[in-house]
Design a protein around this ligand. Structure first.
Ligand SMILES: Nc1nc2c(ncn2[C@@H]2O[C@H](COP(=O)(O)OP(=O)(O)OP(=O)(O)O)[C@@H](O)[C@H]2O)c(=O)[nH]1
Ligand SMILES: [Mg+2]
Length: 697
């Protein structure tokens, strides 16, 4: 157990990298991540009481909008001390609309604490986060939470994790009893038990109750088998019947977790603070430190360097930038440079964060996470270094915004204020974008989900004092072609003075999607120099411009390969401009004959509703052109998975609320583009035509 830290007013020196654990707490929406972080802070005596999400008293959901909605909307950085180690926890939002912060957090940690509901098991976002963590080779610990709830079942969830995430998931803790009769948990590594503290601090380790002795024996063997399998030396001793001491097992476990060979599965009840001692021990003993695993972010030969992974843009307190130390230590009163802007940035005071509270520290060492206020031109994703080094800025790979709403200020004259506020909010969340629709002139606010956009609107009001209205969202249609077509266009103006001449022949071919992405390819097939080298890129440019607004519904055209096969030039009158126009016109002509079609985004929707409303919800999805993918009843609620065109679920939240009396919940994310059925496409094409004509008058 950690000892209470003594009151100490002098600033803390930097923590050694070997003594740090950086952990992102991630998982599906509402599985208890914030409650678990709250419990960990409480157990480690960072706080004196266990706050709750319902009452809006947790350390990490400190924002007023989070408290109002009782959910996390952005990443929150906290820290605690346990067994002489500093554990940095980033509590991330589970909702798919707020995933920018989740993905950014995964970029600055060695380990992920994947939280799952003991009732629901592996859910859509659990799987997505797991995939991200796989890509980034992050070490993982699973926590099966909510084991006190009705129909919670640790072993069912363990099995689901082994099936759906990885067969290298292995139980390291076990519940004693289940549902209302859950009385404690067993730590299989240290072979001891912890009893339910009912929201108080956990008592020390207890002997394992006889009632679970057999089960414990069986599961401990499974754990040891899994661990020794990753360590030959240990395997030898184990096979010879030697009793392995917990430290040797823990060491081997940590090596295996570091190498991504094992995923220990812990369990408990966050809201009762059950399971936190064993979990903290596991994070210290099982998860690698920055010294052991480190970061893949480049910083050249910089002696000091930080990576900015999150920004809070507050009009009153100014900008706060969260960072990970790449090279250091980094102390206050330091000037670094941002190679992206070449600007010097002064770090006044270096801060450690506890939710919304900050504390000044002398310095932060390599691998540590902290924050700094009032940097000038720094954005999320920047690396700051002590001298300019040529580094490839790390790519966080944020999801693309998928839905757009036209947005207008309620009061005339507030346009600038709205734009400024939204620009600030974009700094905080790069997946939130404001842009002008070139066709309609409307301001479009795009994001990952309706709720994300609604929260932005709330924030505009509370933080920037500007009220705005959202209008029916627009669907980001695309266009593509289904067959090959060719066309030749000669652009010619040769009446007096210097004329214009450009002539090109092109072939359009459908270009198959790569990794689900439709692209564009320009292939230069000119032989014998009928168009000289210098003019060919102009043809490409003209075609690209024409593709920005397809002829069907003004949507961008994708999935096309263009072959430039022939042409002609004039030795006086030809110019880049003339070839650009010729290219654009040739494209438009060929496009008409290439069987162009309209594509629409299809969303993967997951709706969780009370069992008695399943019929109504399914019927409604059917009328929205939805395709049912599966249904999973669990604990009185059923989770329905379906694929639905985005156009049909833009206003789903109202419908779901009325069908389920507010007891339903849903999340969705973009899946792929598909061809719009003809009868639907026809309506969209006509509608665009009308809008274009109206815009002209
Ligand atoms: N019975 C029970 N309820 C829990 C437990 N953990 C969390 N809850 C409740 O579940 C709800 C969601 O908890 P949160 O901690 O906000 O979950 P979260 O994963 O942080 O949610 P998001 O950040 O919105 O994704 C709250 O009402 C919690 O009180 C638990 O172990 N048992
Ligand atoms: Mg939360």
């Amino acid at each position: 157990m950690a000892e209470a830290t003594e009151e100490d007013t002098s600033p803390m020196p930097a923590t050694e990298p070997t003594k740090i654990r950086n952990i992102a707490v991630a998982g599906h929406r509402g599985v208890g991540k914030t409650s678990l972080v709250e419990a960990l802070l409480y157990e480690a005596e960072q706080t004196n009481r266990l706050g709750s999400v319902e009452q809006g008293t947790t350390v990490s959901d400190w924002d007023e909008h989070e408290q109002r909605r009782a959910m996390s909307l952005s990443g929150s950085l906290c820290h605690l001390e346990w067994k002489d180690r500093k554990i940095n926890l980033v509590d991330t939002p589970g909702d798919a609309g707020f995933q920018a912060d989740t993905f950014a957090a995964l970029r600055v940690v060695e380990g992920v604490l994947v939280v799952m509901s003991g009732v629901m098991g592996v859910e859509v976002n659990t799987a997505r986060i797991w995939k991200r963590a796989d890509e980034q080779e992050l070490s993982r610990v699973i926590f099966v939470n909510m084991l006190d709830r009705e129909r919670a079942d640790f072993f069912r969830v363990l099995e689901a994790a082994r099936q759906q995430l990885s067969d290298r998931c292995v139980a390291i803790q076990l519940p004693i009893g289940s549902e209302h009769e859950l009385t404690g948990i067993v730590d299989l590594l240290h072979m001891c038990a912890y009893m339910d503290p009912s929201g108080g601090r956990e008592g020390g380790p207890q002997p394992i109750p006889d009632s679970v002795a057999d089960l414990v024996q069986e599961q401990r063997e499974k754990l040891l088998d899994a661990v020794v399998e990753t360590d030959e030396e240990l395997m030898g001793r184990y096979l010879e019947g030697e009793e392995l001491d917990p430290q040797a097992v823990a060491d081997a476990l940590k090596q295996a977790v570091t190498r991504d060979e094992l995923y220990p599965v812990a369990c408990g009840v966050a809201t009762k603070n059950l399971g936190t001692t064993a979990l903290l021990d596991l994070l210290v003993e099982g998860v690698p430190s920055p010294a052991k695993k480190g970061t893949t972010i480049e910083f050249g030969d910089a002696k000091q360097g930080v990576f900015i992974f999150k920004t809070i843009a507050d009009p009153f307190t100014g900008r706060i930038s969260f960072f990970r130390v790449l090279a250091g230590p980094v102390s206050g009163d330091t000037t670094l440079v941002d190679p992206r802007t070449h600007a010097k940035e002064r770090l006044g005071q270096v801060l450690v964060m506890q939710g919304k509270d900050s504390e000044t520290v002398e310095a932060l060492g390599i691998g540590d996470l902290g924050a700094v206020a009032k940097l000038k031109d720094v954005v999320t994703g920047d690396v700051l270094v002590d001298h300019e080094v040529a580094v490839e800025p790390p790519h966080i790979d944020f999801p693309e915004p998928v839905m757009s709403f036209a947005v207008t200020p309620k009061a005339k004259g507030d346009e600038e204020k709205m734009a400024t506020g939204l620009r600030r909010l974009h700094e905080e969340d790069p997946t939130l974008l404001l842009r002008r629709d070139p066709q309609t002139g409307e301001q479009l606010l795009s994001g990952l989900s309706q709720m994300q956009v609604e929260v932005a609107v709330d924030r505009l009001q509370t933080r920037f004092h500007v009220e705005v209205e959202l209008h029916p969202p627009r669907v980001p249609y695309k266009e593509t072609i289904r067959k090959e077509a060719r066309a030749r266009h000669r652009y010619k103006k040769q009446t007096g003075g210097r004329g214009q001449f450009g002539d090109c022949a092109i072939v359009l071919e459908p270009l198959p999607a790569e990794d689900g992405e439709l692209g564009y390819e320009f292939v230069d097939k000119i032989v014998g120099g009928v168009i000289s080298q210098g003019y060919r890129p102009a043809v490409d440019k003209g075609i690209r411009e024409a593709m920005e607004h397809g002829e069907l519904a003004g949507a961008p055209v994708q999935g096309v390969r263009v072959l430039l096969v022939d042409g002609m030039e004039h030795n006086v009158d030809s110019s880049e401009m003339a070839f650009k126009i010729a290219g654009s016109m040739a494209f438009k002509e060929a496009y008409q004959q290439a069987d162009p079609v309209l594509l629409e985004p299809i969303m993967e929707l997951e709706v969780t509703v009370p069992d008695d409303t399943v019929g109504a919800v399914n019927g409604d999805l059917n009328s929205r052109r939805g395709r049912l993918q599966g249904m999973e009843p669990a604990g009185g609620m059923t989770t329905i998975k379906a694929e639905v065109p985005m156009a049909e679920i833009l206003t789903y939240s109202q419908a779901l609320t009325s069908m389920t009396g507010g007891r339903g919940d849903y999340s969705m994310h973009f899946l792929r583009y598909e061809e719009v059925p003809t009868h639907v496409a026809q309506k969209i094409i006509e509608q665009t035509k009308r809008e274009r004509e109206e815009a002209k008058v």
